[in-house]
Design a protein around this ligand. Sequence first.
Ligand SMILES: CC(C)(COP(=O)(O)OP(=O)(O)OC[C@H]1O[C@@H](n2cnc3c(N)ncnc32)[C@H](O)[C@@H]1OP(=O)(O)O)[C@@H](O)C(=O)NCCC(=O)NCCSC(=O)C[C@H](O)C(=O)O
Ligand SMILES: [Mg+2]
Length: 285
Amino acid sequence: MTQVRPRRSVLYMPGANERALEKAKSLPADALILDLEDAVAPDAKEAARDRVCAALGDYGSREVAIRVNGLDTEWHDADLRAAAAAGPAAVVVPKVNSATEVHNIERALELGGAPASTKIWAMLETPIAILRAAEIAAASERLTVLVLGTNDLAKELHASFVPGRAPLLAALSAAVLAARATGKLVLDGVYNDVRDAAGFETECRQARDFGFDGKTLIHPAQVEPCNRIFAPSADEIDHARRVITAFDEARAAGRGVVTVDGRMVENLHVEQAQAVLAMAEAVGA
Ligand SMILES: CC(C)(COP(=O)(O)OP(=O)(O)OC[C@H]1O[C@@H](n2cnc3c(N)ncnc32)[C@H](O)[C@@H]1OP(=O)(O)O)[C@@H](O)C(=O)NCCC(=O)NCCSC(=O)C[C@H](O)C(=O)O
Ligand SMILES: [Mg+2]
């Protein structure tokens, strides 16, 4: 079975917040983003950079990424140099707007001596980034994940946050299309109302149904529901097993198509079922 690395729940934590950095050690998020950008005040940027780079080894086998400040900021170059030397699983770069910017980030990581294991996660959070999503995604093999920045995107679009996210749906779809067309992963943006558990679950389900691999999070209370919703359910696992069994039996009988629960099953559905089982195995579902 194919090994998959789950990225259902990807939790941001402010790089200057000692308590959050400590708390995250006990949280079951699939991945963590230690943030140097929006969650860190300008006069705390340098201390946060040092703290975050020193904390990388504290989170066991979990994937830990560093979000650097934007390309047009005074902190970006030093953040990238420090991250390259520290070697996180990924450098998350906000507001990536072109393939050229991806090439520049790639070159800076190489010059800084970043190991090959340090990937680029590019944030799509402007209208131009959404329009160029596929070329950004394809710009580098080091770029493995697209991350939606829905707060910045809504701001740039002059869009409102409404239940169902109608104003953002075209952009969400464009990001998923770009990721799938280029073989990259794609993570949904954050849900700001940390006390609205029902609204958060609804948004997780929407993201999962759109094809997102996971969601970025801002609060510990969002981790468990996100993990649950992005993991295959017991019914999905049972259905996947039955699809594989039914198709194997059909093949043995010389047929290439069969029905399960009255629905047509072909080889492509078997591949989907295998992916469900691989994810279930990876997350212990
Ligand atoms: C959103 C928060 C400011 C809420 O803070 P607060 O009300 O203080 O939370 P709680 O009191 O409920 O916290 C309970 C305990 O949990 C710890 N905690 C809180 N958040 C985190 C976290 N993200 N990671 C780890 N631990 C966390 C608290 O320290 C409490 O611990 P304890 O006292 O020991 O019990 C706050 O949650 C927060 O700051 N969240 C992260 C904000 C952030 O990182 N923002 C930047 C990323 S999102 C973004 O940039 C959007 C994107 O770019 C876009 O454009 O959309
Ligand atoms: Mg943003």
